[in-house]
Design a protein around this ligand. Structure first.
Ligand code: N01
Length: 488
């Protein structure tokens, strides 16, 4: 049996978004040393980067909370982004991890050394070594700009949805919006009542599930404040319904749940009097194939006098606006690009060098992947939260990160106790997992014939394709036999 090497291990956490803050709090509770590295000057990850009008979490707020820091104060069933950012800042402060974050100093390099530790270097030249690294760098953090001729020629202000320029006036002006994903739909709902004209350039119609905007009353919040059990129950019930119910049924494109979602959307579509508009926004693929868009105001917004849904393809951008294939110039004052994110970036750009000098960029040259979505064969003692192949859009991201963290800690404790000398999945285990994952992914709703950011370069969904029950089981009991040097 391996000898204990790390009686009190130390951790480098990369990223102070939802997963990084979670890791910091849990490590602090466990009494382990850690440093959190954050590239920006503020924590909050996606909720810091995205501040566009209409931003909200379309997952219920009482699910989108840490299980150990439930929040009786959520204003809405699906609360606005600024409130979510405040929540993460408040939790980090309350648990005392906010002052352990190195802000504005991005990690540029992580190297596994001969001493079997991780050397972490930042842009400012600061170097620290740790026993373990937890990459909590997020998925959707590098904006993807569209490859459209003349993009830079636009004469007015132009920005990506995740880089919103709040100095630009919008009221009464002519705004162009490219993209109708979850972001574009939220922006459309928020801008429709404010602008002179909103031209929404839609390449593919979306299944937009209508929901009511529900605000919690003072009385309800008071109940949550005074009855911790009621709050716990609500979190538990919603989480279970979301993960085991929705998250698991949606995987199967043939499921009754998907039929029900389509039927609900079709009811809304049928109520649109303008036939041409109805046809434009009616999808022609299976609901759930692209990430479902949830909205309380999309169907009203698209019928507003100020809004035009443009489905003619974009030919080029000109100084005055957007020229579509029918030859029309859509004159604009402001152009917003809600065109999504580079979804294979994860820890990039960062040089991550594992055992035997292996470079992560080489390992991921074709596409990112990870054993159980958490560990990598050539990179000992390195964990990812919400990394490649992790559940996205199907299970609660926060619960996913919590369970992944518990998995990582289970393995760390085995190093602390001497059962394992390091955490390193075998190449064989990683290959077996990936083969099984790919087979299952080909049979999910994401592979039923649409173009989406869930698909990798081969057109295979890159997310976790198994039911939640399996995710919970795998996270609760690491398959020790899949790790080098394990006696299990
Ligand atoms: O990005 P997207 P997003 N010409 O990639 C279009 C999460 N999220 O920022 O569908 C014309 O989904 C593209 O068209 P098409 C959530 O997980 C969560 O909206 O590819 N159009 C599409 O319409 C979500 O899925 C919340 O044909 C072009 C859009 O741009 C993820 O973030 C809120 C184009 C991109 O859609 C990403 O959402 C918001 C081009 N060249 C986001 N290139 C919550 O509430 C791209 N498009 C939790």
């Amino acid at each position: 049996m391996a000898q204990p090497t790390h009686a009190s291990p130390t951790f480098g956490i990369i990223g102070a978004g939802m997963s990084g803050i979670l890791a910091a709090i849990k490590l602090q509770e466990a009494g382990y040393g850690f440093t959190v590295f954050e590239k920006a000057d503020r924590l909050g990850g996606t909720w810091r980067d995205n501040s566009y009008p209409g931003i909200a979490c379309d997952v219920p707020s009482h699910i989108y909370s840490y299980s150990f820091a439930l929040n009786p104060e959520w204003s809405h069933f699906a609360s606005p982004g600024s409130e979510i950012l405040e929540y993460f800042e408040g939790v980090a402060r309350r648990y005392g991890v906010d002052d352990q974050i190195r802000f504005s100093d991005p990690v540029v390099r992580c190297t596994w050394t001969e001493e079997e530790r991780w050397e972490v270097e930042t842009a400012a030249g600061h170097i620290e070594t740790f026993d373990f690294v937890i990459a909590a760098t997020g998925i959707l953090h590098h904006p993807k700009l569209p490859d459209i001729d003349g993009l830079d020629s636009f004469a007015g202000p132009m920005f990506h949805s995740a880089r919103w320029d709040h100095d630009v006036a919008l009221d009464g002006r002519r705004i162009g919006l490219i993209g109708t994903g979850s972001t574009g739909v939220q922006i459309t709902g928020a801008l429709a009542p404010r602008v002179g004209r909103l031209s929404v350039f839609q390449r593919t119609a979306q299944w937009v599930v209508p929901v009511e905007q529900v605000a919690y009353s003072e009385e309800e919040k008071q109940t949550f404040r005074t009855d911790a059990d009621a709050l716990d129950r609500l979190h538990e019930e919603l989480t279970q319904a979301f993960n085991d119910g929705f998250g698991t049924s949606i995987l199967d494109g043939e499921s009754e749940m998907v039929d029900g979602i389509e039927a609900r959307c079709r009811e809304e579509l049928a109520a649109i009097a303008d036939e041409e508009l109805r046809a434009k926004i009616t999808p022609t693929y299976r609901a759930g194939c692209k990430r479902l868009v949830i909205s309380h105001n999309w169907y009203d917004a698209v019928q507003a006098e100020t809004v035009e849904i443009v489905t003619d393809s974009i030919e080029r951008i000109e100084p005055e606006g957007v020229r579509t294939a029918d030859g029309r110039l859509h004159e604009l004052d402001v152009l917003v690009l809600a065109t999504g994110f580079k979804v294979d970036s994860f820890m990039r750009p960062m040089t991550i060098t594992g055992a035997d000098g292996v470079d992560l960029d080489d390992v991921w040259a074709q596409r990112p992947s990870a054993y159980m979505a958490i560990t990598l064969p050539g990179f000992p003692n390195f964990f990812m939260l919400n990394g490649p192949n992790s559940p996205v859009g199907n299970f609660s991201l926060i619960q996913t990160a919590e369970l992944q963290f518990e998995y990582a800690m289970d393995l760390v404790e085995r190093v602390v106790s001497g059962q394992l000398s390091r955490i390193r999945p075998t190449e064989d285990a990683a290959r077996r997992f990936e083969d099984e994952r790919v087979d299952a992914a080909k049979n999910t709703v994401w592979a039923t014939g649409c173009n989406s950011w869930y698909l990798d370069d081969r057109g295979i969904p890159f997310a976790w394709p198994f039911p939640f029950e399996r995710f919970r089981r795998e996270m609760a009991e690491p398959r020790l036999g899949d790790y080098e040097g394990a006696n299990a």
